[in-house]
Design a protein around this ligand. Structure first.
Ligand code: PNS
Length: 162
């Protein structure tokens, strides 16, 4: 069984992430969305909130698991019996950072492969940080996150508009 892991901060999940989750879950037998426990990065959403927003967004998907991890990704991969890391690439500027991480992980464990998916062009400019910024300033985020979590995000910034 081909199990892949899609790691990230997901602070919060966006339609861009969901596009990758949807497509990767069709290519692999099982997809694990792994949320990094990253207090150092000072996330706006707690780990529990980030996990719940993902669960709410994906609904009932039999081959998708939502989990969290701390420590090295490659150690988590071994625990989960997975050898495939899934990453989304949006714009050229993502490439250098992702290339570095992929090579580093390859060096740490040569058995683990990083597979990149190009994001849907609709979402190529989308990032969690921009969504947080515009949501906190009261902009409409309808196009960027699923309806089901939109109000939870707006509530976080006290800008729910009904
Ligand atoms: O959504 P992000 O913040 O770009 O995701 C980064 C993530 C979680 C994939 C990366 O920071 C990570 O894998 N962290 C775990 C620690 C680790 O294994 N570091 C070595 C590889 S960079």
């Amino acid at each position: 069984m081909k199990i892949c892991v899609y790691p990230g901060s997901f602070d919060p999940i966006t339609n861009g992430h969901l596009d990758i989750i949807d497509r990767a879950s069709k290519v692999f037998d099982k997809l694990i969305v792994a949320v990094l426990v990253n207090p150092g990065k000072n996330p706006v959403f707690t780990l529990e909130e980030r996990v719940q927003l993902i669960k709410d967004s994906i609904g009932d998907a039999p081959n998708i698991e939502v989990d969290s991890f701390s420590g090295l990704l490659i150690d988590y991969m071994i625990n989960k019996n997975s050898k495939i890391i899934i990453k989304g690439l949006r714009v050229v500027t993502d490439f250098e950072y992702e290339f570095q991480m992929a090579l580093l992980n390859k060096n740490l464990n040569p058995d683990i492969e990083t597979v990149f998916m190009m994001t849907n062009s609709k979402y190529s400019y989308l990032s969690s940080s921009m969504i947080k910024e515009i949501a906190s300033l009261g902009a409409n985020i309808d196009e960027f996150v699923p309806d089901i979590i939109k109000n939870k995000i707006l509530d976080k910034f006290n800008v729910r508009k009904g």
